[in-house]
Design a protein. Structure first.
Lengths: 418, 166
């Protein structure tokens, strides 16, 4: 008879060993993902440009990241004579650590039943989930700024300046579009957010479509990815804030950028696409009053759920597929859109995204209040009404606000006669 | 000549949309991404296609009995802009001229093809070969023996049915 209690700190040594195993396995998986995302970026960008990417090193280039890592190990480490040595050295570390640590609160599979108890598939199930993520992503600015300043190089300095301004501006938008998710889920813990999406029957990207679009844009800006590529603008700033870095330190910046991408993709998958949830209710599990349930029947009685290794594996693959889709989206958009100018980036962040996300948060709050006051339960109808309201907001955003004011393409500013 | 103007109508700002333009762009990149026909040439598995007039490593033509066709006239060292041909001529006992020493330094050569154009007996040719990497500079000087034993096709510098270019 297997234990159905969650393995917690009271179990002593077993808990620590299990957590250590989880940390090691997930760290390994993330580093592998980061390495193969660099390969995926090169291959996908090559396919978009009608050429093949690296395909010499292993079959289809699969050993290319290892070759890159070895190359970076053997290269000479530069340390400019006039750079502040301490800050120059810790810059890459400060960039890499928040990107990796943020992954600790993201649930990546359904809980796994073992003979010692049920192991929740999340490294640290802290109740403050989303706040932890927001706090640590703000720390990511420090790595960039310190690296740029410590390099004692005017291009690096300019890159760092632009990076800090951009990242700080888009954090406001990130937080505000996140608030809609928190309002709908009622809780900050990420496992609760996944459960609420299972309870609602709809992944949050449908009832909160405008929030999803705004979160997507802000996540692109936070990770310094095109079209918000200002800090690393190769044609203007050499390589921006990491101009003076070489070999392993540059590699750490690279890993930091891709790890940030992976974390942002995982976050988007969790908050808006149900995390490890697969379509259908056969995999919904949540701990409620000491028992595992998969939902409530019409009159409020809990339906019990069973846990199994196969569910864990299947949900992990589902989570990986969603994260992979967002990584593909990152790469796809990078090779489609040109870079924004610095003033366009600032204008978008402050004059468009901030008021719209604020207004949208108010609209969502009003809708949720009206729905709960009128007695509609947290279920399918609830989600449907919110989807309609969000759909109207998204249409308004796309057809009214998106009118070439900030970023106008080949548009004429005045009437053309004849 | 009259100046012609073309009026290009561009959409007004109220009809433009960044998001929709971005989505249209993404559709185009997706189409390219999924197109299986890529233009990368997988060298060295795929042979490079060289054109008939492509000038590369030299080659010395031979008669049927193995003697080089070269009559050591001295035209190719004279015309070579890079001074890469070294020729020492001599006569054999029947009075025929032949090259005692004929060396081409492929490293100095600029592969202009002038030596082939000027040769009166069509002995020296430039050929369609570029895979001639060596481990030392000395190995790039090709002597007569090596030049006679090259086996790549030679460059076609003039129409074979009209050799005097009338």
């Amino acid at each position: 008879m297997e234990r159905l209690q969650i393995v917690s700190a009271e179990d002593g040594m077993v808990f620590y060993l299990i957590t250590l195993t989880k940390i090691t396995v997930m760290f390994g998986i993330i580093m592998l993902t980061v390495a193969y995302t660099t390969l995926a970026e090169r291959k996908i960008s090559a396919f978009i440009q009608d050429r093949l990417g690296p395909n010499r090193v292993g079959p289809m280039g699969l050993l290319q990241p290892i070759a890159d890592g070895l190359k970076n190990l053997f290269k000479e480490e530069t340390l400019p004579a006039s750079a502040s040595k301490f800050y120059f050295l810790i810059g890459p570390m400060l960039a890499m650590i928040p990107a990796l640590v943020t992954f600790a609160v993201i649930p990546f599979a359904a809980p796994l039943p073992t003979s010692w108890g049920v192991v929740p598939m999340i490294i640290a199930d802290v109740p403050i989930g989303v706040l932890y993520i927001l706090a640590l992503s703000s720390l990511g600015v420090y790595g960039v700024v310190i690296a740029g300043w410590a390099s004692n190089n005017k291009y690096a300095f300019l890159g760092a300046l632009r990076a800090s301004a951009q990242m700080i501006s888009y954090e406001v938008g990130l937080g505000l579009s996140l608030i809609t998710v928190l309002m709908l889920a009622g809780n900050v813990t990420l496992t609760e957010i996944v459960w609420k999406q299972q309870e609602l029957g709809l992944w949050f990207s449908l009832p909160l479509s405008l929030g999803f679009i705004l979160f997507l844009v802000c996540a692109f800006a936070e990770t310094n990815r095109l079209p918000f590529d200002m800090p690393e603008a190769e044609s203007e700033l050499i390589t921006g804030f990491h101009t003076e870095y070489s070999a392993m330190k540059f590699s750490m910046f690279f890993i930091a950028e891709y790890a940030h991408m992976v974390t942002a993709s995982a976050l988007m998958a969790t908050l808006f696409f149900g995390g490890w949830d697969l379509p259908g209710s056969w995999d919904d599990v949540f701990m409620h009053d000491g028992a595992w349930i998969s939902g409530f029947t019409g009159d409020g009685a809990p339906i019990s759920a069973s846990l199994s290794v196969w569910k864990t594996l299947a949900t992990f693959l589902g989570f990986a597929a969603k994260t992979g889709f967002f990584l593909l989206l990152y790469i796809w958009i990078r090779w489609t859109l040109p870079r924004f100018r610095y003033d366009q980036v600032m204008e978008l962040g402050w004059k468009i995204i901030l008021p719209i996300s604020l207004g949208y948060a108010m609209i969502v709050a009003a809708t949720i209040l009206t729905l709960s006051q009128s007695g509609i339960d947290y279920g399918f109808v609830f989600g449907l009404v919110l989807t309609v309201v969000s759909g109207i907001c998204t249409m308004a955003f796309v057809f009214v606000v998106d009118r070439g004011g900030t970023i106008s393409g080949a548009a004429s500013g005045k009437k053309v006669g004849g | 000549m009259a100046i012609t103007t073309t009026l290009v109508t561009r959409p007004e700002i109220k009809d433009t949309s960044y998001l929709r333009a971005a989505l249209k762009g993404m559709k185009i990149t997706l189409k390219h991404m999924l197109n299986p026909r890529k233009i990368t040439q997988q060298y060295p598995e795929v042979e490079t296609r060289l054109h008939p007039r492509w000038r590369g490593t030299h080659r010395m033509e031979v008669h049927e009995d193995g003697r080089p066709k070269c009559v050591a006239c001295g035209l190719c060292p004279t015309v070579c802009p890079a001074n890469c041909i070294r020729l020492v001529g001599g006569e054999d006992d029947q009075g025929n001229r032949y090259p005692i020493v004929f060396e081409i330094d492929e490293f100095r050569c600029i592969f202009c093809g002038m030596c082939q154009e000027v040769c009166p007996v069509e002995a020296i040719h430039v050929g369609q070969d570029f895979e001639n990497a060596e481990y030392s500079r000395e190995r790039f000087v090709y002597d007569l023996d090596r030049l006679m034993h090259q086996d790549h096709p030679t460059t076609l510098l003039w129409d074979p049915s009209d050799p005097t270019s009338e």
